[in-house]
Design a protein around this ligand. Structure first.
Ligand code: 3PY
Ligand code: ZN
Length: 633
């Protein structure tokens, strides 16, 4: 261990060790086994204390965190819930039960879309795990928990240095009774590009095996072909439910906006999705554009046209979406998506707690313990504070969303993206250009990843000061953003009515577009071969699930691996310490595993030494320990 301490010492690794190196570094004789979990936790904390967190440019010194209170459980045991019902009935009879059940059903999106839309997807596993069991015990009447997929897969690995699969498994252990739901972007799975079909199929199968029950499948251009492989995979390889989506855009009652996306368009697509094998129909209103009157009409017409249950998803960006829900409920919608009060509203889902209250006395009321639900919301209100650097600037609902049509998840991201390009002052122009681009592209569905393409083009036009006219006049000489070229080439599939040919020619120059499935151009992966390569590169510590993560996100996985090699597992480091480190003399208890906690106290740190390192002193379970960290300031 002594030799290892020497070899691992930054000064030694730097080649800066001199003859008195060993004499000057008595800590080398601390023969602790290196890289146990406690040491790695210290390593991480020392890094944050010295250099700060890369995601947190500025700490607000006035913020003090309250301790979130986990609501008491109303009972000792976990009652049966929707997951047990699916297991007992099997999916066909489960769907019949859902159709024949009068009470409105709730999907709580707090664990996924709510924080994706409010806090740039940053909520960490530890904050979810703390209340998971309470959710299972106090709210077995919840239909499903949307807790995976969408951006959570990428962000967990990239920014939180967590394994998304582990989150799924840990949550499943604690919540055995409620259906888990994920969002999957059809042929783009949990990424931004097309993947080989067999990767998407294997991913779906493994997601089911590890705990997902409902697969909400959509295509970013509403292209059925982009969803079919996923629908089939859910049907053939899992016992779960395929919820295929119509993504809602525009306004079918507005004569200016209903040329393409009119009522008949949605009805036809819904019928095709039912024929394609969907167990449920999702109405995915990702930007919160479905107004109340339109919701009433859409749901009643869909109810007449199709036989499968309907699940409605929206974002409360305009702040009127609970009215949309009431109209949809009265028209017969089966399930609606909500988020706990303190994590709801604005670009997130409508307020679960208030909707439960709204439904009191309604013939379709679903009994929910509102008192306990409020306590759960209070827990999240305190947890939300940890994530203050990721809050969007939106202060109130805005009717502007009906003009710009920016999805909730994208809205909270577009401003930081603009900031990083030095364009934050032109945010109003960016929103205007988003509308211009949608028109230029022929009016398309805007949801990940197509929304990102529209955003990229809007930023491109804003940064260069291009007008619509400029695009046509200068188009031949412009090099458009890669994502725009990809869209017009067919990389994301096809849009109803096709892409406008004049712009397509300017964007693609001499490249040819294709109109078949982008995935059909990709070779199936030999997963055994990929596993061998993966194991050779990363060693024996990972599983085949990690291989899937690496196949979707090779570079991100590589960085995750580097991080893990240095700092170990960090998902259980409490969020205040994870983002902001510790103050001198601050103490924290970190639970490494059930019943195994360590007590860490940060004492002080040294001045930077001549090699640019600081020595950070802690007490770990009462014993003094120190860590050297390179000061990168
Ligand atoms: C995602 O794809 O992550 C979305 O939430 C789309 O609405
Ligand atoms: Zn959403």
């Amino acid at each position: 261990a002594f030799l290892e301490n020497v070899l691992q010492h930054p000064t030694f690794q730097n080649g800066a060790a001199t003859v008195d190196f060993i004499d000057n570094h008595p800590e080398l004789f601390h023969l602790v086994p290196r890289m146990d979990r406690g040491t790695k936790a210290l390593q991480y904390l020392a890094e944050i204390i010295v250099n700060g967190h890369q995601d947190v440019p500025e700490i607000n010194p006035t913020i003090t965190f309250r301790t979130p209170v986990v609501p008491d459980a109303v009972q000792k045991n976990i009652s049966k819930g929707s997951k047990d019902r699916l297991t007992a009935l099997g999916r066909e009879r489960f769907i019949d039960w859902l159709k024949n059940n009068n009470s409105i059903q709730y999907t709580d999106a707090t664990f996924r879309d709510a924080h994706q839309s409010l806090l740039a997807t940053r909520v960490r596993t530890t904050d979810m795990l703390k209340v998971a069991e309470t959710v299972a015990k106090n709210h077995p009447e919840i239909f499903s928990l949307e807790m995976w997929g969408g951006a959570t897969f990428d962000v967990a690995l990239r920014f939180l240095h967590e394994c998304p699969w582990q989150r799924l498994q840990l949550m499943r252990e604690r919540i055995p009774n409620i259906l888990f739901q994920m969002l999957i972007r059809g042929s783009n799975a949990v990424g931004y590009t097309a993947y080989p079909d067999n990767l998407v199929e294997t991913f779906i199968e493994e997601s089911w095996k590890n705990g997902i029950d409902i697969f909400r499948i959509f295509d970013s251009l509403n292209w059925l072909e982009g969803m079919q492989v996923s629908i089939n995979a859910v049907r053939e390889r899992t016992g779960g439910l395929a919820e295929a989506c119509i993504c809602y855009t525009g306004d079918f009652l507005d004569p200016e906006r209903n040329h393409k996306f009119n009522l008949q368009y949605y009805i036809d697509l819904a019928k095709r999705l039912e024929d394609a094998g969907a167990h449920l129909l999702g109405i995915k209103d990702m930007a919160g554009l479905l107004k109340p009157m339109q919701a009433g009409i859409l749901v009643s017409e869909l109810k007449k046209a199709i036989d499968i249950p309907i699940h409605l998803h929206t974002h409360d960006t305009s702040s009127i979406q609970s009215a949309t829900y009431l109209k949809a409920i009265e028209a017969g919608v089966d399930v609606i998506d909500v988020a706990l009060a303190s994590m709801s509203g604005l670009t997130s889902q409508p307020n679960f707690n208030s909707i439960v209250a709204m439904m009191k006395g309604h013939p379709r009321e679903q009994p929910v313990n509102l008192h306990k639900l409020n306590e759960l919301s209070n827990y999240w209100e305190d947890v939300r504070e940890y994530y203050y650097p990721f809050e969007s600037q939106l202060k109130a609902g805005t009717a502007e969303v009906f003009d710009h049509e920016i999805p909730g998840g994208q809205y909270s991201n577009l401003r930081p993206q603009a900031r990083s390009l030095g364009l934050e002052d032109q945010f109003t122009d960016i929103k205007k250009n988003y509308v211009v681009v949608n028109k230029l592209f022929g009016d398309i569905v805007k949801v990940t990843p197509s929304s990102k393409v529209v955003g990229d083009m809007a930023l491109f036009m804003t940064a260069n000061g291009y007008s619509e006219q400029d695009i046509f006049e200068k188009g031949e000489t412009l090099s458009f953003p890669d994502s725009v070229i990809g869209l017009f080439r067919g990389d994301l599939g096809q849009t109803p009515g096709g892409f406008p040919p004049a712009l397509q020619k300017l964007v693609l120059k001499n490249e040819k577009a294709f109109t078949d499935r982008p995935n059909a151009h990709l070779q199936p992966l030999n997963l055994d071969k990929e596993w061998n390569k993966f194991e050779a590169k990363y060693g024996k510590q990972y599983t085949r699930l990690d291989l899937l993560s690496a196949l979707f996100y090779p570079k991100v996985f590589d960085e995750y691996h580097q991080f893990k090699s240095t700092f170990g597992e960090v998902y259980y480091v409490p969020s205040p310490m994870f983002f902001y480190g510790l103050k001198p003399n601050e103490e924290t208890l970190i639970e490494l595993a059930p019943g195994k906690s360590i007590l860490i106290k940060f004492q002080h740190m040294s001045q930077v030494d001549e090699h640019g390192y600081k020595q950070v002193f802690f007490k770990l379970n009462g014993q003094t320990r120190s860590i050297f960290v390179k000061d990168r300031s």
